[in-house]
Design a protein around this ligand. Structure first.
Ligand code: ADP
Ligand code: MG
Length: 238
């Protein structure tokens, strides 16, 4: 398990400042939820942790390793996006095994890992289907499975449930929580949904306008919001 440490992260697109002075630590095995309204910079921050975007300032460490200048495939991360983006022509089995094949694992090793994760996510019966033959919820399970088989040190999820209907979303919340309890992977989970944040988080980071407004355990954020913004967004009515 890795500790992820963000130090003074800043990001501008041209003249627009999107992130300012973000200092954050994700503890090993922690499920940290990044919560904030649309446009506040959540995805940008996640993409910076993943290496998909370069920060304009600050450093990122995974454990003792400075990963700021490393490519995504050098960081030992896996990411799940809002849009599942499965490979349409490949079966579920191949979608899940593809990254492992790229890593040079043997066919037998890949089969064993895919079977393991498929069982965990209860998608064993779907392994020979193509993405188009799956429901939205099933596709998102496969996307999560595809990320999990790689056994990443750091697991990054960007609003993975927001395209699902309410019932499925509720089911998947429970499922993701169970998965985390089993795996205890260092996780950064982005959402704009307060309920989701309350369900999972070991700690919640509330963001607004590119800045961290509060970072604490859910019950503390709820009962003792640091400022008016947090109070309005998640806090108990006063
Ligand atoms: P969130 O995920 O919280 O909804 P984003 O991180 O996607 O927010 O975006 C934060 C802000 O940065 C938004 O105002 C968005 O328009 C802007 N932004 C994001 N990506 C780019 C980009 N590639 N170029 C210019 N502006 C961007
Ligand atoms: Mg986003």
């Amino acid at each position: 398990m890795q500790r992820v440490h963000l130090q003074g992260i800043a990001k501008s697109f041209g003249a627009t400042k999107v992130l300012e002075q973000i200092d954050l630590t994700i503890e090993p095995g922690e499920f940290l939820v990044l919560l904030g309204p649309s446009g506040c910079g959540k995805s940008t921050l996640l993409n910076i942790v993943a290496g998909l975007e370069q920060p304009t300032g600050g450093r990122i460490h995974f454990g003792d390793r400075d990963v700021t200048d490393l490519e995504p495939d050098q960081r030992d991360i896996a990411m799940v996006f809002q849009s599942y983006a499965l490979y349409p022509t490949m079966s579920v089995r191949r979608n899940m095994g593809f990254a492992l094949k790229m890593q040079g694992l043997s066919t037998a090793e890949i089969a064993a890992k895919v079977a393991d994760v498929a069982k965990l996510l209860q998608i064993e019966h779907l392994l020979d289907r193509k993405p188009a033959q799956l429901s939205g919820g099933q596709q998102q399970r496969v996307a999560i499975g595809r990320a999990l088989v790689r056994e990443p040190q750091v697991f990054l999820l960007d609003e993975p449930l927001s395209n699902l209907d309410a019932k499925l979303r509720a089911d998947m919340r429970v499922e993701l929580k169970r998965l985390h309890e089993r795996g205890r992977r260092t996780t950064l989970y982005v959402t704009h949904d307060q309920v989701e944040a309350m369900t999972f988080a070991s700690r919640i980071v509330v963001m607004d306008k590119g800045r961290v407004q509060q970072c604490d355990r859910p019950e503390v954020v709820y009962a003792k919001p640091a400022n008016r913004f947090v109070a309005g967004f998640v806090g108990a009515p006063t």
